[in-house]
Structures are given as C-alpha cells and as structure tokens.
Design a protein around this ligand. Structure first.
Ligand code: FAD
Ligand code: AMP
Length: 470
C-alpha cells in the first residue's frame, strides 16, 4: 500500500503549486524541499521567491522609484533630490520575500499538503527518500512522483563565484552598496534586470554579451529600440564580446574577452555572471528509477509531462522549455489534474515573456521575423505610446504595441510590447490569443480611457489599417 498518492520533490512555483492542486483534487500529497533561508529556517518558494522573480522585482521597483524621483521629479513639480538607503532597500526586499514564503507554507497547511524539509532522491519508481539536514532518512512510498527540482545559475569555469568579486544572480541581489564599476556578463533577461537595478543606484554598468545581436529571443523592432533606450540610460552594452577569463588583483577583477579577432581586458570592482541557468538534478538518482535526461541535463518528458518512467513526472526549469515561473506553475496544475484523472495533455500554448527593465518588454507568440521566415502571410499593426493620452499624462511615452495577425483570417499570432507596464498589458494579449481572438475582436472591445491598454486597442485597429489616433 502506498503511503502517498503523490510526492513532489521541489517546493518552487512548479512544485508547490502542483502539490496544492493535487491535494485539492483529493490526492494525498507530500512536498519535499531542501531550501533554507538566511536565518537557517526551512523555506518554500524555490528560486522564484527566494533568489529570483520576487527579490529582483522588489529591487527593480525600489530602484525605479529612486531614479524616477531624481530624473523625472522636477517635471512633476517634485522639488529636491531623494537619497537611497541601500540597507533599508534590502531590508524591504527581505520582508517581501519572508511574507510571501511564509504565505506558501500557510497555503500547504491549509490544503493538507505535508511539507518535509530535506533532500529528496529516488530510491525506486515508487519510493522517495527524504534526508533531513541532520541526516535523518525517511522513505516515502507513493503512487506518483513529481520532479520539480528547478535550475541553478550556469557557470563560466574560468570565473569561479567567490561572492567577493565574482557573483552569480543570487549574490547580485545582496550587494550592500552600488559597486562603482560593475560588469555583467550576459545580456539576457537576468543580466539586463540586475544591470538596470545597480545602474539606477549609481554603478557604471558594462554588460558584456557574446552574441553579436541583442536579445535574440525578442522581436527585432523591440530589441533594436530597447537597445537604444538602455544605452541612452547609461548601460554600456558590448555585443560580440566573449568573456574567457578573470584575474583578481588589487581589489579589482580584470576580465579578458574576445571581440572579433581582438583580445581585450577591462577591470571592474565587481562582476556578475548572468549567462543563463542549467537544470538542477544532482543527487536525484534519476538512473535509479530509469528517468532519462538529455545531454544538458534536462529531464525528458512526454506530452503529459511524464518521464521515461511511468508514474514519474517532471515540470518547470528541470525540463525543456522557457525557464519561467508561470510556465512551471501551469505545468504543475496540468500534471496534477492529469494524475487525478483528467486525460488532456499538458499543452502550454501561450506563454508570456517579460523583461522587467524600464521600459518593460513583454511578448507572446513568435517574432515578426520568425513568422516572415516561415512564409506566413501576416498583417502587422503598430501603435506608439507617444500617441497615447495616458502615456503623456504619465510622462512615459517610449515604446509601442505591435500586433501580428494572420492575413487570411485575422487571428492574432503574436503581440510584442515595449513600454511602461508592458508586464501587465501583455495579459490582455494572452487572453485574446487563448480564446483565438482576431485583431478585429480586440478592436471591437471597449478599452477604458485614458489607459495604456488603449494602445492594444489602437494596435489592433492598426492591424486592419484603421488606427484612430496615429
Ligand atoms: P525552482 O524555483 O528552482 O524550485 C526548485 C526547488 O526545488 C528549490 O527550492 C530547490 O532547492 C528544490 N530542490 C531541488 N532539488 C531538490 C532535492 N533533490 N530535494 C529537495 N529539494 C530540491 N521567472 C519569471 O517567470 N519571472 C521573473 O520575473 C523571473 N525573474 C527571475 C529573476 C532571477 C534573478 C532568477 C534567477 C530567475 C527568475 N525567473 C523568473 C525564473 C524563475 O525563478 C524560475 O523559472 C522558476 O523559479 C522555476 O520554478 P521551478 O519550480 O521549476 O524551480
Ligand atoms: P539568458 O540565457 O537569457 O539568461 O542569457 C544569457 C546570455 O549570456 C546569453 O545571451 C549568452 O549569449 C550570454 N553568454 C554566455 N556565455 C557568455 C560569455 N562567456 N561571455 C559573454 N556572454 C556570454
């Protein structure tokens, strides 16, 4: 007899959400997580709540307010300048994280999910071993297992993290002061967000990026405009720059890099390695239960997120696909439903991507370039925020909304937004696309005035060649 219907390994946004959903659907569920907070207490929430989405957004919000008052305040009649107390900013961030992580343990309790603090590993396809920090071992027999072990920052071997001069993203969330000269390696989402935080707080930030193009995953209109804006803000973004080595001497880190055929060096006070994330499956004993992974370590799953072993499922960052918290959570919900008897495959169609720089970047669906390369016949409607009344009232007129619809039936294929609050605006696009909306559908929906969302409306009109305000 199995003790549990489901044992989840990992209490991040994939694992804890799946555990709650499974318990709500009547499955006897346990969730194992090994994470410990700075004060030594067990903590849930994974990367997202502890060292990812939430603390980075807390710092982005604080640093944005600081920059806004000092750079834009005068125009609004706000007199004088504001100083930043970085230790208070960090304290606020810690409080935000603590409140939210404690909230999750409350949610598990409320939903009768058993939370075990320890390291989970597979003993067989039906037994999970949980080893506590003190080495106490508990074996849990279970009908199903869900692997939601997440990811860790990728490393450059020649730049070992010492948390004094060379940091990963977690370390860069903890700086006690703004480094004078800060180097960020990698102009991806995490590098741009962290670079923005410390630039706003006074660092001279240089971003070194190996690729010769900027933000390859985004639409080219968006990435080209964003690059201009970020450079104007003061981020020094060097493309085509492959970092190879670092040397520490006289309280400086000297970075060696290749730029074309040149080999160059630059010195900084601190360096952040933000070169992506890798799946974290160490110690899970995948082989023990016949669970297969690819050569990069991503656990392989089928359309139901089931691994090569029946009854063992995997979701989130430890599997292929976008490394995003909402992707992990949605997979968690769908897998839990599947285990409880729903037979629909785990189909995640419209995943929004968001970069919380300012202006923000958000999109859903493929880029215009991708669609044109696949020879799709499309209509493109673009509306700039400089033609939006609300954007003028806010004093934030940078960027645009771009809607791409299929020519023959007007169905929306993609929406790309560069602008303030793009992170919130993109939800309308996701909803519309999830319901198979056409650009005419969006154009016929009443949008409140004056709102930023009117720019979605106008971009939809523009797709049909009929924008009113542009
Ligand atoms: P994780 O959140 O990594 O959780 C996995 C958990 O499993 C961890 O607690 C880990 O300790 C535990 N674990 C692993 N192995 C074991 C084991 N053997 N036994 C017990 N426990 C184990 N995504 C967004 O969508 N929006 C954002 O704004 C965003 N910002 C980010 C900012 C930063 C700086 C970073 C680093 C990431 C950000 N992400 C963001 C990515 C997001 O954090 C991840 O995609 C998300 O956390 C993945 O969820 P997960 O549940 O798969 O894994
Ligand atoms: P992301 O995967 O979106 O987090 O982005 C990470 C970025 O780091 C990618 O754009 C990579 O091209 C970049 N990158 C990886 N290795 C290096 C390196 N050695 N030097 C500079 N950039 C790098």
């Amino acid at each position: 007899m199995s003790e549990y219907d489901l044992v989840v390994i990992g209490g991040g946004p994939g694992g804890y959400v799946a555990a709650i959903k499974a318990a709500q659907m009547g499955l006897k569920t346990a969730c194992i997580d090994k994470q410990t907070a700075a004060d030594g207490s067990p903590v849930l929430g994974g990367t997202c709540l502890n060292v990812g989405c939430i603390p980075s957004k807390a710092l982005l919000d604080s640093s944005h307010q600081y920059e806004f008052f000092n750079k834009e305040g005068k125009k609004h009649g706000l007199v004088g300048s504001v100083k930043i107390d970085i230790s208070q900013m960090q304290k606020r961030k810690e409080t935000v994280v603590k409140n939210l992580t404690q909230g999750i343990s409350g949610l598990l309790k409320k939903n009768n999910v058993e939370w075990l603090h320890g390291f989970g590993s597979l003993k067989s396809k039906n037994v999970v071993q949980c080893t506590s920090e003190k080495g106490l071992i508990k074996n849990l027999s279970t009908k199903n297992i869900l692997l939601a072990s997440g990811s860790l920052p990728s490393r450059i071997q020649s730049l070992p993290i010492d948390n004094e001069y060379i940091f990963d993203s977690s370390g860069a969330l903890e700086f006690k002061s703004a480094p004078k000269e800060l180097c960020i390696i990698g102009a991806g989402v995490i590098g741009l967000e962290l670079g923005s935080v410390w630039r706003r707080l006074g660092s001279n930030v240089t971003v070194l990026e190996a690729q010769t193009s900027f933000l390859d995953t985004a639409d080219k209109d968006v990435s080209a405009e964003a690059l201009k804006l970020f450079k104007k803000q003061g981020l020094k973004i060097e493309l085509g720059t492959l970092v190879t080595e670092a040397k520490i001497a006289k309280e400086k880190v000297t970075i060696s890099y290749k730029k074309g055929v040149e080999r160059l060096e630059s010195s900084f006070d601190k360096v952040v390695v933000a070169v992506g994330r890798s799946p974290y499956t160490e110690g899970l004993n995948l082989d023990e239960a016949g669970v297969k992974s690819d050569d990069k370590g991503f656990i392989l799953v089928n359309e139901f997120n089931e691994t090569s072993t029946k009854g063992i499922f995997a979701i989130g960052d430890c599997t292929l696909g976008p490394m995003l918290a909402h992707k992990a959570s949605e997979e968690g919900i769908l897998v839990a439903e599947h285990m409880a008897g729903a037979k629909a495959p785990v189909e995640i169609t419209h995943v929004p991507w968001i970069i919380y720089t300012w202006p923000e970047i958000a999109w859903v669906g493929p880029s215009e370039q991708f669609l044109r390369n696949t020879k799709k016949e499309i209509n493109v409607g673009k509306f700039p925020f400089r033609a939006s009344g609300r954007s003028h009232a806010r004093g934030e007129t940078e960027g645009f909304v771009k809607i791409i619809a299929e020519k023959n039936n007007d169905q929306i294929l993609a929406v790309h937004i560069l602008g303030s609050n793009a992170s919130e605006l993109i939800s309308e696009a996701v909803t519309a696309m999830e319901f198979g909306a056409t650009s005419e559908d969006v154009a016929r929906i009443i949008h409140g005035h004056p709102t930023l969302s009117e720019s979605m409306h106008e971009a939809a009109l523009a797709t049909l060649g009929n924008a009113i305000h542009y």
